[in-house]
Design a protein around this ligand. Structure first.
Ligand code: PLP
Length: 434
């Protein structure tokens, strides 16, 4: 493929926008590719190249790009809202909250804008409710870029220390070193080592935050007994258990990881899929905790764009379309077919590569056996992955260049798209091992 227009745009953009893009995740070697339009499962760049999009707005576009039914429903909600944009709540904000709670099975919800804001609110609530300060995250997890949680995310393996007691490595420059070093990093899926660390910090541990399925490093599932153990020890020691459902919500079954594991968290953070690409995130969970944010009860919950009406029109339209469960069911079954067919192909070839995924999230790892934590996922062969992704891009399949990223199916990635993907993946795997 040729990218002369993208190259030219990058030269222009990099003079005025540091890095040439507005989010570092969009960077690409040798330069970013700029997009011109998107439809269903496809995105088209400024040079006219067409790709099957497997990033789908970082997991937001569950209904596909420019979905006509979604557009129509959203336009109807916008028209009904008669010009209110932000700064007020409306009957719509209450309708969307009710619908959101019905689907997710939580007692309370408040809308904010991004996952990073949601986790920040959650930390304030947990600290206030417990009178403690320390926050625990899982090794390798990404729960947003706030100082308290942007720790050990994609940390280099030579910096992470002992597996049973991982070091707190900052996720980037400029974080407060005191905050970063106070964050407790837990070894995912290792009950014995996790229990030791939690008990050692029990007097100051306010919250444990985790993606029960670590999708930000591809697709690494918690064992059900690990989630059950976390629930029990949090109950015993009065620690707030938080599920980061930004990616799992509405996709790992409509009820996300709370349903998948049959375990209720105290608080959850959501975003992405429930507004099909529009900007909203939610803090949800038990009334006991959310109600600390009622004015006068101790914890602030403030934001110019919180419950933004245009985003909530998008959420209303999306929730209407997700409500029956059919969209999630279709994506789940397509993701299962993709996993089975890819892995059968890899087995036929006799090469060490495997696809892990469910609910429309997946990643291809160049490893011998299924990773169960960050350290096992991080040893995926980066050279092979690089050749695999380069070949896919040449064949018109848009993937992440980062070996520990994840990929996404929307409801528009139907059988025809899967066939096109699988045929390209077959050739790309050959390239990876050439
Ligand atoms: C699992 C998870 N948690 C939190 C976040 C942060 O969300 P946001 O980018 O909306 O701040 C992300 C974003 O990629 C995410 O994937």
């Amino acid at each position: 493929m040729e990218y002369p227009k993208s190259k030219e745009l990058f030269e222009r953009a990099s003079k005025i926008m540091s890095g040439g893009v507005h989010s570092n995740g969009r960077n690409r070697k040798p330069h970013p590719i700029y997009m011109a339009k998107a439809q269903d499962a496809y995105v088209y760049d400024v040079d006219g190249n067409r790709y099957i999009d497997l990033i789908m707005g970082n997991g937001t576009m569950i209904l596909g790009h420019n979905n006509p039914e979604f557009n129509e429903r959203m336009a109807e909600y916008v028209a009904k809202n008669q010009g209110v944009v932000t700064g007020f709540d409306t009957p719509l904000s209450i309708d969307v909250a009710e619908h959101f709670l019905k689907i997710t099975g939580n007692e309370r919800v408040r809308f904010t804008n991004t996952g990073t804001e949601a986790v920040t609110h959650i930390i304030h609530i947990a600290r206030y409710a417990t009178g403690r300060n320390t926050i625990a995250v899982m090794e390798g997890a990404y729960d947003g870029w706030a100082d308290m949680v942007y720790v050990n995310c994609f940390a280099p393996l030579d910096q992470v220390g002992d597996e049973a007691c991982p070091k707190s490595v900052p996720g980037g420059g400029g974080l407060d070193p005191v905050t970063v070093s106070s964050t407790l990093v837990l070894p995912f899926n290792n009950i014995e080592a996790t229990e030791k660390l939690i008990r050692a910090h029990k007097d100051d541990l306010a919250a444990i935050i985790l993606e029960p399925i670590m999708i930000d490093i591809g697709f690494v599932e918690a064992k059900p007994e690990y989630i059950r153990f976390l629930r029990d020890i949090c109950d015993e020691l009065g620690i707030v258990l938080v599920f980061d459902e930004l990616l799992t919500g509405f996709r790992i079954g409509l009820g996300g990881c709370q349903d998948y594991y049959g375990v209720k968290a105290d608080l959850c953070m959501y975003g992405k899929a429930y507004a099909n690409g529009y900007i909203t995130a939610a803090v949800a969970g038990k009334a006991k905790y959310l109600d600390y944010t009622i004015p006068g009860r101790g914890v602030g919950f403030i934001g110019t764009f919180n419950g933004h009406q245009i985003s909530l029109c998008a959420a209303a339209a999306t929730l209407d379309m997700l409500d029956s469960g059919e969209v999630t069911k279709t994506i789940m079954s397509n993701a299962d077919a993709l996993r089975e067919e890819f892995n059968a192909m890899a087995q036929r070839k006799g090469v060490p590569v495997l696809l892990r995924g469910k609910g429309g999230h997946f990643q291809v790892y160049f490893v011998e056996k299924e990773p169960t934590n960050y350290r096992q996922a991080a040893v995926t062969d980066a050279g092979r992955y690089g050749r695999y992704v380069a070949s896919l891009q040449e064949q018109g399949v848009w993937c992440s260049q980062a070996p520990l990223s994840h990929h996404v199916l929307s409801v528009k990635h139907g059988r025809d798209v899967l066939d096109e993907m699988l045929s390209a993946m077959d050739k790309a795997v050959d390239k990876a091992f050439s």
